[in-house]
Design a protein around this ligand. Structure first.
Ligand SMILES: [Zn+2]
Length: 280
C-alpha cells in the first residue's frame, strides 16, 4: 500500500493563532513541532497498517513548516515553496489512498478556525463547477482525477463537517471546535495525536470507507477576489477570463491546470496585494 499524506497547519491540534502559522511569528517554531506531531500520528498509522511507502507533503504557506528532523524517518517528505501542485505535490496515480491532516474549513464558515480558501485575505470564495469549494473539496477532486480516494480528514470540527459533506461521509478526526475564526476549544495535542492515529488506523483498515471526490469534467474554477486589482492581474494569464469586476474564471479538462493555476494565482495575488498570507 502507498499512502499520501498532505499536511496543512490551520487545523493542527493546539493551534488557533495566525501568528503561530507564520514564520517568525510568536509560537511559530512550536507550531511546526505540533504540526509534525499530527503528521507523525497519521504516518505511524499508515506504516502500522502495512504501508510500504508514505509520502508526506508540507501543504502550508511556503511549505517549510514540517520539521524534517522530527518527522517519522520512514516517510518521504516533500517540502519547499512553489511546488507546482502545491498541497498535492508528490501525489500520482500509484497511491492507494490520501490522508489530509491539519486541514481547515473554507472561507466564510464562521466557526472554522482560521477559515479561508487558499489565501486568507485575498480570496473571498472559490467555486468549482459552480459550487463553493474549500481546499478539502479542491484537493479531493484533484486526487480523484488520479484515481486516488481520500481515506481520512483531520482538522477542526468545521473542516471535518465540510469533508463529510463534500465526500459522502469520509472518516474524520476533529481536534478542535472553533468558536470563531481565531478561538477554539482544543483537544490537547497528546490526546489529539492519539485520536489521529486511531482514526487513521481505522480508516486504513476499511477501504470501503474511502471516498473519491469526483467532479465531472470540464472543470471551471471561479475565484472571487477581495480586490479588483488582483482580478485584473490574474485575468492576464492566458485562458483566464475576468468574470465581473472582482472575479476570474478558468475552464479546462485537465485538473492539474486547476491546481497549478491556484498556485500561480496565489503568487500573483500575493504580489498585487503585497500582503502574503493574512487572515484579517
Ligand atoms: Zn495553511
Amino acid at each position: 500500500m502507498k499512502v499520501f499524506v498532505s499536511v496543512d497547519m490551520e487545523g493542527v491540534s493546539g493551534l488557533t493563532d495566525a501568528e503561530e502559522m507564520r514564520a517568525g511569528g510568536r509560537g511559530y517554531e512550536r507550531g511546526c513541532e505540533l504540526m509534525t506531531g499530527d503528521a507523525n500520528a497519521a504516518i505511524r498509522a499508515a506504516f502500522d497498517a502495512g504501508a510500504a511507502e508514505v509520502v508526506v507533503t508540507d501543504s502550508h504557506g511556503g511549505g517549510r513548516n514540517l520539521r524534517a528532523d522530527l518527522i517519522d524517518p520512514r516517510c518521504t517528505l516533500v517540502r519547499g515553496p512553489y511546488k507546482p501542485m502545491r498541497m498535492a505535490e508528490g501525489l500520482d496515480g500509484t497511491f492507494d489512498v490520501a490522508l489530509y491532516v491539519g486541514y481547515h474549513a473554507r472561507a466564510g464558515v464562521p466557526d472554522g478556525v482560521l477559515n479561508h480558501t487558499w489565501m486568507g485575505r485575498e480570496i473571498y470564495n472559490v467555486r468549482l463547477n459552480g459550487e463553493i469549494a474549500g481546499e478539502i473539496r479542491l484537493m479531493a477532486a484533484y486526487a480523484a482525477t488520479l484515481g486516488v480516494p481520500v481515506g481520512l480528514v483531520a482538522g477542526d470540527a468545521a473542516a471535518c463537517a465540510e469533508a463529510r459533506e463534500a465526500l459522502g461521509g469520509v472518516a474524520t478526526v476533529a481536534v478542535k471546535q472553533g468558536s470563531d475564526r481565531y478561538a477554539a476549544a482544543l483537544v490537547p495535542p497528546p490526546r489529539a495525536q492519539q485520536m489521529i492515529y486511531e482514526g487513521a488506523a481505522r480508516a486504513l483498515a476499511a477501504p470501503d470507507g474511502w471516498r473519491h471526490g469526483t467532479v465531472a469534467a470540464p472543470y471551471t474554477l471561479e475565484i472571487e477576489w477581495s480586490s479588483t486589482a488582483i482580478a485584473q492581474s490574474v485575468a492576464v494569464v492566458p485562458g483566464v477570463k475576468q468574470a465581473g469586476t472582482r472575479a476570474t474564471s478558468f475552464t479546462t479538462d485537465d485538473f492539474t491546470e486547476i491546481v497549478g493555476l491556484l498556485g500561480v494565482c496565489a503568487t500573483i495575488a500575493g504580489e498585487v496585494g503585497c500582503t502574503g498570507l493574512h487572515y484579517d
